[in-house]
Design a protein around this ligand. Structure first.
Ligand code: C5P
Length: 212
């Protein structure tokens, strides 16, 4: 592929697989803007927690998408388990996915290229991406990472509960009818289970470079 084509990198994978860390590192390495698309679903979820709304109602979840400008990207509650869990529930609604689609597509199509991470980037948001990575890790490794992350943020948690929650989230993400979590046919698989951050980032950079 010619290097004059804008570099668009799609990074998909399950919760706590390391895809966010890898996407941020890729953005820095290649000098590209980055969008954490999960934070959009989390912002809609936090809007419901803070301003009211029933996650069991698609109508109310879609309304939250129109009101979520009130949530700032640095809000610490965005990363909480309860918000992640509500985000996972409401992300199954086609109306919510439709409400958040255009801003993700526009970000992916910007002239200079971009890195996006999420669940459906390579399959739905940016099927045209020049490099697609599917980042995964065993559920035990992902749970341990999520627990360390929560402890670091002063949000203590139980490992067994995190495993149960991640398994439920995986099932919801994979089984929903609209834009399920899936490895696009042309996505390269990166299993970070046995890897530290540096090794995983180096492997991701090498995978992207291979496509250029
Ligand atoms: O990646 P993160 O865990 O922050 O995402 C929160 C939730 O948003 C996920 O559990 C997933 O259900 C949903 N999501 C999605 N599509 C994306 C990104 C996130 O459905 N592209």
């Amino acid at each position: 592929m010619s290097s004059t084509v804008p570099l668009v990198i799609a990074v998909d994978g399950p919760a706590a697989s390391g895809k966010g860390t890898i996407a941020r590192a890729l953005a820095k390495h290649f000098g590209l803007p980055h969008m954490d698309t999960g934070s959009l679903y989390r912002a809609a979820a936090l809007t419901m927690v803070r301003f009211g709304g029933d996650p069991g109602s698609e109508f109310e979840a879609v309304r939250a998408c129109a009101q979520m400008a009130q949530i700032t990207a640095d809000d610490p509650e965005l990363r909480s388990e309860i918000v992640g869990s509500i985000a996972s529930r409401i992300s199954a609604y086609p109306g919510v996915r439709a409400a958040l689609l255009e801003r993700q597509r526009a970000f992916a199509r910007q002239a200079g290229g971009a890195v996006l991470d999420g669940r459906d980037i390579g399959s739905v948001i940016a099927p045209f991406a020049s490099a697609k990575l599917f980042v995964t890790a065993s559920i035990e490794v992902r749970a341990a990472r999520r627990m360390a992350e929560l402890e670091e943020r002063g949000m203590p948690a139980h490992l067994e509960e995190i495993v149960v929650d991640l398994a439920a989230r995986d099932a919801r993400d994979q089984e929903r009818a609209d834009a399920p979590l899936t490895r696009a046919g042309d996505a390269q698989l990166l299993d970070t289970s046995g890897m530290g951050v540096e090794a995983a980032v180096a492997a991701a950079i090498a995978m992207v470079q291979k496509t250029r």
